[in-house]
Design a protein around this ligand. Structure first.
Ligand code: NAD
Length: 697
């Protein structure tokens, strides 16, 4: 890492060089300061150009230094900015590819900026629940205008440089080689003795800033709801428009320091790092060789098979779907075509792209047609006998080295692997419905799964734009094993006195995308019923409330049958509370001898969420999940847990694990509860006793 200093005639060129995106870490900041000092001291230098090496001008802060003392060590970005502003020699930022966050703030402190087209310009801090803290909120409105700056800062969205070419952000757009263009520009500045411009001295121009800012504040307040950062961004930009520059900077600083402390920002930063951590598997180094995946096959063209096939086609990978019967295949292919046509109608896909993708998906009834695929994903009925037949056949027909994956949601992947003579090539790929939309992919590592198979599947998850999380083999893997406990509590709450929609409302207020019963109606009540019937036999001592089985017995399976826990109007998805179900649950309570009571929302939320936490702790203990943050990612990307709370495990951390256990002990006293249920998992008890958290802070 360095900022090599080179002379191009009378221009000193300082190159930001800290791969991959020239993050402004401590070493790079130090090197920039050294370069600037050398340039100031060198009488042969008349101007300075700052340029980025490789793939970016600068992507901003170096995320590897987040939460380390290096992030705040001198020289800070403030110091670098001050030095540039104080320079008597013109400093020119030469921008290509990426100027984001601190990188853009650095450029904004320069006297001049030149850029090539296609560079991504952004202040994305809001996405981490903070705001640009090195003058970005004060300087950007002075060069791109109040409205554009506010939109950029509140949304964090990147704007291509050419769209900003006519603003004061850029003094010149360069065609051809950026370095020679920037050096020539700097030489012209010197030759023409152009005055040095500082963005801080410009005025924010707008015909009616007060009215606009009021309007923006109202809009943002409604949209941002649970996130404090966007309204704070508006406030900071308002300071740029209404206060002298240095006072505005002070305001920005105050707001920044306030936001860094918010639980929402902590949660967003946690999610950001958790997603990166999830791709790291301790015993599978990042340089593990991967198998090429240039073609794929999917067995079963049902709900999941079709969505999985679309993922491959969307990534440009040809895929063949195999079915048992022509009509099932035609139906599956038809659904895919319809999905693509809908996307095209909504303008999300051009007709050409739509056709390209459709053409990448072939159907067959013959195993002979899929033997050459690099990966095959089985998505047939959830029945071990069917899986056995399919995997025996795959073992026969697939070429050596092909990855054999199963999309099973509950079955034992090791057992499935044992149906083949190549268990090392077998892995679980648990997609979520709709498989072409949902981000989460649980990657189930079997006992025998080879490391390169795991590494290849992790890489594939990125290729098909999924968030891959590794899970060990157990019933339900990470997500569904936990959700079973969550749903058990939700059902018990209804037996004890709440109505299903009251439980949903409480959890939705907490921030879930959907309460447990809306979610069940969407997934299909028959899915859970099928699993519960197995539980009643396998684990008869597990306490279950069975009112929901009565609904299933009536053939109400949720949205797909037009009624479930809720009722639905034909063709609509809005759940309507059904008085008949209210009556059913009240009668059920009577029947099982429970005197219904009024249950507070806090109890509803915490019984459901702590059920997740306790099971999550067991999953960690057993090594099914590699880290607590992986569990959080599963819940954020697959189950609609509120992002601003960072996932169930971070939520428990934020409450204090001692307090979590104390609340669980309260729940255990409930005469209609299941005291065993609330026995804290050993890991939870241990961490609480040691005053620790699931995710080290
Ligand atoms: N539906 C979900 O939400 C969901 C989510 C995650 C995982 N899964 C899992 O995905 C798998 C498929 O579920 P689904 O919901 O798509 O089921 P589905 O019933 O919609 O589709 C299964 C398809 O497989 C076909 N099929 C059955 N046996 C076959 C065989 N021997 N050879 C070829 N095709 C065969 C059927 O004709 C049917 O089209 C199951 O293991 C399920 O547990 C489902």
């Amino acid at each position: 890492m360095s900022a090599p200093y080179a002379l191009h005639g009378n221009v000193a060129v300082i190159t930001l060089d800290n791969p991959p995106v020239n993050g402004l870490g401590h070493a790079l900041r130090t090197a920039i300061v050294a370069g600037l000092t050398a340039a100031q001291d060198d009488p042969a230098v008349a101007a300075i150009v700052l340029i980025g090496a490789g793939k970016a001008f600068s992507g901003g802060a170096d995320i590897r230094e987040f939460n380390t003392p290096k992030a705040f060590a001198e020289p800070t970005l403030f110091t670098v900015i001050k030095m540039i502003e104080a320079s008597a020699k013109p400093v020119v930022a030469a921008i290509h590819a990426v100027a984001m966050g601190g990188g853009l703030e650095l450029a904004l402190s320069c006297h001049f900026r030149v850029a090539v087209a296609g560079a991504q310009i952004a202040l994305p801090e809001v996405k981490l629940g903070i705001l640009p803290g090195a003058g970005g909120t004060q300087r950007l409105p002075r060069v791109v205008g109040l409205e554009m700056a506010l939109n950029m800062i509140v949304s964090g969205t990147a704007i291509p440089s050419e769209k900003l070419a006519k603003t004061k952000l850029f003094d010149q757009m360069i065609e051809g080689d950026l370095l020679s263009g920037a050096v020539a520009f700097a030489q012209a500045v010197v030759a023409e003795k152009r005055p040095l411009k500082l963005v801080r001295n410009l005025k924010v121009e707008h015909p009616n800033p007060e009215a606009f800012l009021q309007f923006a504040a109202n809009m943002v307040a409604t949209v941002a709801r649970n996130y404090p950062a966007p309204p704070a961004c508006v406030e900071a930009v308002k300071a740029a428009a209404t206060l002298p520059f240095d006072q505005g900077l002070k305001k920005e600083r105050e707001l920044f320091l306030m936001l860094v402390q918010t639980p929402e920002s902590k949660a967003l930063r946690h999610a950001f790092f958790a997603e990166r951590a999830a791709s790291k598997i301790p015993d599978v180094p990042e340089d593990t060789p991967v198998r090429p995946v240039k073609s794929a096959a999917v067995i079963g063209a049902g709900t999941m098979g079709g969505g999985i096939a679309m993922n491959f086609a969307n990534a440009g990978i040809p895929v063949t779907m195999l079915e048992m019967k022509q009509d099932a295949l035609d139906r599956g292919l038809g659904v895919i075509r319809k999905n693509y046509e809908n996307s095209a109608k909504k303008g999300r896909l051009t007709p050409e792209k739509m056709q390209q993708r459709i053409d990448l998906i072939k159907g067959t009834l013959e195993y002979a047609d899929i033997g050459g695929a690099d990966i095959v994903i089985e998505a047939v009925f959830e029945d071990m006998n069917v899986k056995e037949a399919v995997f025996k056949k795959l073992d026969e027909v697939m070429k050596p080295g092909a990855i054999l994956a199963s999309n099973t949601s509950t079955l034992d992947v090791d057992k499935i692997a044992s149906f083949t003579k190549r268990p090392q090539d077998v892995i679980g790929t648990h997609f979520f419905s709709p498989a072409n939309v949902m981000k989460l992919l649980e990657i189930v590592r079997g006992k025998a799964t080879a490391k390169d198979v795991l590494a290849t599947t992790m890489k594939l998850s990125k290729t098909i734009k999924k968030t891959g999380v590794v899970s060990g083999v157990c019933d339900g893997f990470i997500g569904n094993r936990m959700v079973e406990q969550y749903l058990r509590q939700a059902m018990l709450l209804v037996e004890e006195g709440a109505l299903p929609w009251e439980v949903d409302r409480a959890l939705e207020k907490f921030g879930w995308a959907m309460g447990p019963f809306r979610m069940s109606d969407l997934a299909g009540l028959d899915v859970g019923w099928y699993i519960r019937k197995r539980r009643y036999v396998e684990k008869p001592d597990m306490v279950y409330s069975k009112w929901i089985d009565r609904i299933c017995e009536m053939g109400r399976f949720g949205q797909k049958t037009g009624a479930g826990v809720y009722k639905y109007e034909a063709g609509r998805r809005d759940p309507i509370p059904d008085p008949m179900i209210a009556e059913l649950v009240v009668n059920y309570s009577k029947e099982v001898g429970v005197a219904r009571r009024k249950i507070g929302e806090d109890e509803m939320v915490h019984r459901c969420v702590y059920a997740l936490v306790n099971e999550g702790a067991k999953i960690l203990e057993e090594g099914i999940a590699l880290r607590a943050s992986d569990i959080d990612i599963v819940y954020l990307t697959g189950y609609g847990f509120p992002l601003y709370r960072g996932g169930p495990m971070l939520y428990a951390d934020s409450q204090g694990l001692v307090n979590v256990i104390a609340t669980m002990k309260q729940f255990a006293k409930n005469p209609h509860g299941d005291p065993k249920f609330w026995e804290p998992a050993a890991m939870l008890a241990k961490l609480a006793a040691e005053g620790k958290t699931f995710t080290p802070s």
